[in-house]
Design a protein around this ligand. Structure first.
Ligand SMILES: [Zn+2]
Length: 344
């Protein structure tokens, strides 16, 4: 039996983590105070009821409500820098070696906070956090399904400007049921032209057709991809093309993409030879960390430790980073796992 303490010490990589879903509750209180915004309570436990989904959350609507509550507090430079910095500390504290964090910079803008500055400030916070807490960090910029087309094009241009200076890839996020993936060819054709790799949230709330469209666009990874289970031919294609899935187990249960932990298809994907990775998604809103997700994988979904280690290496191989970085990270991870006495 592996203890939570050991799960915490296992070296990890997180490929799917939303900056705006990882804001600490005390930070929300501090940001509100600074901006003279009145909160219903300044007690952390009490405020958690507003900014975190309850452990038995069962709908996407309930899940998104938590974001609405604190989002206006994040649209300023101080907040963006601080939450980036603190996320590095939180991730490093559970031995995440490499964090790929993502956000849609357009959503953080305000009248006095332009999109270029949002990206610059966010990179500053992450860089500082990466240095202070000894964690490698790559930023993924998200195009967002419900924002104006021009804003997504600007997002790609910014990714190009800061590519290799902290930005490693792009993503498409937002409501895939109302804004289908096929409508976003333009920004991603541009991303391809600039040789910026990208992932796409697909097959989370929509069916396998959304994953098909993401593959057609040229996605090198799929965010969630849970509904791949509904299409065996597509499963074969994803396997053959070796496209990794960024799975976020608790998030999928909370948003009711799956009915419960036990019915999550990740184990079936794994057993079928599909490349799966395990990630956190929105640690604060979900009230979890990656340690919890590893624990769930082993104790509720039937993975053994050797499979978990394989999944960690899947994550390393799927990172948006050059192969030489992957090879050195792989070695570090192997050494630490052996030192924990759980290697195979
Ligand atoms: Zn996500």
């Amino acid at each position: 039996m592996v203890s939570t303490e050991v799960f915490k010490k296992i070296p990890k990589v997180d490929l799917h983590c939303h900056l705006d879903g990882c804001v600490r509750t005390p930070t929300i209180i501090e940001l509100a105070k600074k901006q003279k915004v009145k909160l219903p309570t300044t007690n952390v436990e009490e405020l958690n009821k507003y900014v975190r989904v309850s452990p038995d959350c069962r709908s996407l609507t309930e899940f998104l409500k938590a974001f609405e509550f604190f989002y206006p507090l994040l649209q300023n430079p101080y907040a963006v820098e601080k939450i980036g910095y603190e996320l590095c500390e939180d991730a490093a504290s559970e031995n995440i070696k490499y964090l790929e964090v993502r956000f849609a910079p357009f959503l953080q803008t305000s009248e006095n906070f332009k999109i270029t500055d949002v990206v610059k400030i966010c990179l500053d916070g992450l860089r500082q956090g990466s240095r202070d807490f000894k964690i490698s960090v790559g930023l993924i910029l998200c195009c967002y399904r419900s924002i104006p087309k021009e804003a997504n094009i600007i997002t790609v241009e910014l990714a190009k400007k800061y590519f290799d200076s902290g930005i490693v890839a792009m993503d498409l996020a937002g409501d895939e049921t109302r804004y289908p993936t096929r409508d976003f060819a333009e920004p991603f054709v541009l991303a391809k032209k600039y040789k910026i790799p990208f992932t796409v949230h697909a097959g989370e709330s929509s069916g396998p057709e959304s994953i098909k469209e993401a593959v057609k666009l040229g996605a090198s990874r799929i965010g969630h991809g849970v509904h791949l289970i509904d299409d065996s031919n597509l499963m074969k294609e994803i396997k053959e093309k070796e496209i990794p899935l960024e799975i976020c187990i608790t998030s999928n249960v909370q948003t009711h993409v799956v009915n419960d932990f036990e019915s999550h298809p990740i184990k079936k994907f794994y057993d079928n030879g599909i490349i799966v990775t395990i990630n956190s998604d929105d640690r604060s809103v979900s009230g979890i960390d990656l340690t919890n997700e590893y624990n769930v994988a082993v104790n509720r979904l039937g993975f053994d430790i050797s499979a978990l280690i394989k999944i960690i290496h899947n994550g390393i191989n799927a990172l948006f980073t050059p192969n030489k970085n992957k090879a050195s990270l792989s070695k570090i991870v192997e050494t630490e796992i052996n030192a924990l006495g759980i290697g195979v």
